[in-house]
Design a protein around this ligand. Structure first.
Ligand code: CO8
Length: 262
């Protein structure tokens, strides 16, 4: 594994924790950090021993307070802005497409690019001190790392329009009520809960986890009939694995399954 300037990476028992580490600027996403994120995601995907991922932010205040506005200020043309948005989108997509479960542990502000990054995880766990929002409108621009698209899919068009058009921040509790966040926990319990959840996921059958992600991601983009067809096909594919024999044998033998990922 490489060493990184803006990321802290810890690995134990099949779980990798990536901490975005620019706390002086509330972990704002600059180009260097994004490229490092791309590298670590490539490594995570390739590394068989990694069975679950946690992404969080350094410090007590922020997960990520958005793209780095000092860098955005220097963009000179529409083409350059578009290219930078596309590059960030591609990196975020790579996170969403990881075949392993990704928990976003939101320890504070998740704004702009931070909210967009959070939405690329499989589940969002938030501290009760966290807040979410798409404040790009206050800068005279729109979300560029997927905010208009993933937010509308996550909470519906009207709530997404409200948040993007007003730029208002919402609390973790409100985000939970909207269905953006899956669980809110007291701030001092966030990392313990993220590790507990990651530990649980790291012991599930990897192929089945992968196909659940794929079926849900691909399924929501098509009509129900085709989504169901897709589900049946992925269901069939899980029957190629040793893990499904292990899961079913363990049930019959009244013991815990030991999934190996084959
Ligand atoms: N970029 C750069 N620096 C930042 C950012 C940011 N997004 N957010 C905070 N900082 C810096 C501040 O400038 C400050 O630095 P300094 O100490 O040197 O003055 C430091 O972090 C601490 O911030 P504050 O003093 O402002 O802390 P407060 O507690 O008073 O406020 C807030 C916290 C409310 C989070 C406030 O910092 C804020 O509003 N930040 C900006 C939030 C924002 O607008 N985010 C959206 C950015 S745009 C975006 O994400 C677009 C994504 C798509 C881009 C696609 C093309 C590239």
């Amino acid at each position: 594994m490489e060493t990184y300037k803006h990321l802290l990476v810890e690995q134990s028992d099949g779980v990798v924790m990536v901490t975005l580490n620019r706390p002086k600027v509330l972990n704002a996403l600059n180009v260097e950090l994004l490229e490092e994120l791309d590298q670590i995601v490539t490594w995570i995907q390739q590394e068989e021993s990694v069975r679950a991922v946690i992404i969080t932010g350094a410090g007590e205040k922020a997960f990520v307070a958005g793209a780095d506005i000092t860098e955005l200020r220097q963009i000179e043309t529409s083409i350059e802005a578009e290219q930078k948005a596309l590059r960030g989108q591609a990196i975020f997509q790579k996170i969403e497409d990881l075949t392993k479960p990704v928990i976003m542990a939101i320890n504070g502000f998740a704004l702009g690019g931070g909210c967009e990054l959070a939405m690329c995880g499989d589940m969002i766990l938030a501290s009760d001190q966290a807040s979410f929002g798409q404040p790009e409108i206050n800068l005279g621009v729109i979300p560029g790392y997927g905010g208009t698209q993933r937010l509308a899919r996550a909470i519906g068009r009207n709530h997404a329009k409200y948040l993007c058009m007003t730029g208002e921040r919402i609390s973790a509790q409100e985000a939970y009520q909207l269905g953006l966040v899956q669980k809110v926990v007291p701030a001092d319990q966030l990392m313990d809960e993220a590790k507990r959840l990651a530990g649980q996921l790291s012991k599930q059958a990897p192929l089945a986890l992968h196909f659940i992600k794929k079926a849900i991601h691909n399924g929501v983009e098509v009509d129900l009939k085709n989504g169901l067809r897709m589900e049946a096909s992925y269901f069939g594919l899980t029957f190629h694995s040793q893990d499904r024999m292990e899961g079913m044998d363990a049930f019959i033998e009244k013991r815990r399954p030991h999934f190996k990922g084959n």
